[in-house]
Ligand binder design. Structure first.
Ligand code: PSU
Ligand code: MN
Length: 304
């Protein structure tokens, strides 16, 4: 009933039980400017292939759910204007009405689970926004992590969010937050943060075992792997703090709300850092893709 289209590469990989890594498309349409968005999407796919896994970028094009995009589709999506940003609430409606939309972390997890992909790489997940005590702006990504069994590799809660509240909600929802190779939760553009990680793991094999153990226990939901940005690419938290405060205050003054908040803040921070935030963003997504591929391979090895 779902119009599903696998790219030839992904169809073959799933058919032969080879490791596949899902990738979201909102980062392409709403997270980065053209043409860096398309160049990054391609680089990330190459990084995954270089590790020995297969990338599956996910998007809805004219009512068809695509698992793996061709170069042309990626380029068209990267330049398209007014593409919907799909989360759990509107994913089905977009498919049902023949629309086109980019998948957020929540929608990409749903699609990955549907086709049997265990691991998903992205930059940052949505979380609890600053001021959520009055706006109630809490990303559906957190609830998705609580119920959909996909391991998501990200660079930690984005510094534009309220990190403490995001970690509290993840704990309440029973989502394991696993810092990779360090004791603190990384903070997206910065590798370190004042927040101790609830869990720490140092190898892809450990993460793969934990993923499979959750399934064995019958615990629904995924895992969040918080992978620090490579140190040469990080932006110090002190440098970013006033910039984020400025971006948030601009958003408040302009009364930006709902789905528009995250893209607005990312764009403002890009402008205010003269593009430096984008360079760090690209480096951390590629770093996450490499780790995700290693985890997908480890899960795949255990399942053979
Ligand atoms: N973080 C980024 N770039 C992005 C996003 C997050 O660095 O593009 C996107 C992801 O698709 C994430 C979504 O799922 O923003 C969260 O949006 P919201 O806060 O509206 O749930
Ligand atoms: Mn939101």
């Amino acid at each position: 009933m779902i119009a599903l289209a696998h790219s030839p590469e992904v169809a073959e990989a799933l058919d032969q039980n080879r490791p596949v890594v899902a990738l979201e498309s909102t980062i392409i349409t709403h997270g980065m400017p053209y043409p860096q968005n398309v160049a990054t999407a391609r680089a990330v796919e190459t990084d995954i292939r270089d590790q020995g896994a297969v990338p599956a970028t996910i998007a809805v094009l004219d009512g068809t759910l695509h698992i793996g995009l061709t170069d042309d589709q990626l380029d068209t999506l990267g330049q398209a204007k007014g593409v919907a940003k799909l989360s759990r609430a509107d994913f089905a409606a977009c498919l049902a009405s023949g629309g086109t939309g980019a998948t957020t972390v929540a929608a990409t997890m749903i699609a990955a689970r549907l086709v049997g992909i265990h691991v998903f790489a992205t930059g940052g997940i949505g979380g609890v926004h600053r001021g959520a005590e009055t706006t109630f702006d809490i990303s559906a990504d957190l609830h998705e992590l609580a119920q959909t069994a996909v391991t998501v590799v990200a660079a930690g809660p984005k510094a534009i969010l309220d990190t403490a509240k995001t970690l509290e909600v993840l704990e309440t929802l029973g989502v394991p937050v696993i810092a990779y190779g360090q004791d603190e939760v990384p903070a997206f553009w910065s590798a370190r943060s004042p927040f101790p990680a609830p869990l720490r793991m140092d190898t892809p094999a450990e993460i793969a075992r934990a993923h499979l153990m959750r399934a064995a226990l019958g615990v629904p939901g995924g895992q969040l792997i918080a992978n620090p940005v490579p140190l040469p690419d990080e932006i110090a938290a002190e440098t970013l703090a006033p910039i984020i405060a400025q971006a948030q205050s601009d958003a408040d003054i302009q009364e930006i709300a709902g789905k528009a908040v995250t893209p607005f803040l990312l764009q403002r921070i890009f402008d205010l850092t003269d593009g430096r935030s984008l360079a760090a963003n690209i480096a951390l997504v590629r770093n996450n893709a490499r780790l995700a591929a290693q985890i997908a391979i480890a899960i795949n090895d255990s399942l053979q």
